[in-house]
Write a protein that binds this ligand. Structure first.
Ligand code: MG
Length: 167
């Protein structure tokens, strides 16, 4: 049976993963409407992955005798200056999610919930990959520059992390 504090912070994460999924969906729409097909594809795939994360949290909370809460999600921004701003915001958001996962780790230790502590390690590892993958995209974008956006957009799907594409 899940302890209340653990259940509450896992429910907070369900809402955050749902927001992540919608944020990347809004970015995908922006990219698609601006002729960036490859970037849109990457963002749609990323959005699906965040939904899978959300479902993983939901399944875990319910399986451990808790109850998942499906809450309202804040509307994500739909306008972006350029593709660089999109990925800067993706990176910033992933850093926020990493901090959020670390707070869950802290609560599981304080509450001596070693089962959830063990379970959440998947997401600790996942966040290392997410941040590394977005940093690599930022590097490539800086290297090619805005005038080579065609090449960037053509190559981006090849940069999806192995683990990420399986989840
Ligand atoms: Mg996630």
């Amino acid at each position: 049976m899940l302890n209340k504090k653990v259940e509450d912070i896992l429910n907070r994460q369900i809402e955050r993963e749902a927001y992540s999924s919608n944020l990347y969906l809004a970015m995908a729409v922006w990219a698609e409407c601006n002729g960036l097909e490859g970037t849109a594809k990457w963002l749609y795939a990323q959005s699906d992955e965040e939904r899978m994360h959300m479902l993983k949290f939901i399944a875990y909370v319910n399986e451990r005798g808790g109850r998942s809460i499906i809450s309202a999600i804040e509307q994500p921004p739909s306008e972006y200056k350029d593709v660089k701003e999109v990925f800067e915001k993706v990176l910033k958001h992933e850093q926020f999610v990493t901090a959020s996962i670390n707070e869950i780790v802290e609560v599981t230790l304080n509450e001596k919930d070693f089962t959830t502590h063990n379970w959440i390690q998947f997401f600790v590892t996942e966040q290392i990959e997410e941040e590394a993958s977005v940093s690599a995209i930022m590097d490539k974008l800086n290297l090619l520059g805005e005038h080579n956006l065609y090449m960037f957009d053509r190559d981006i799907m090849g940069m999806r992390s192995e683990a990420g594409s399986k989840e």
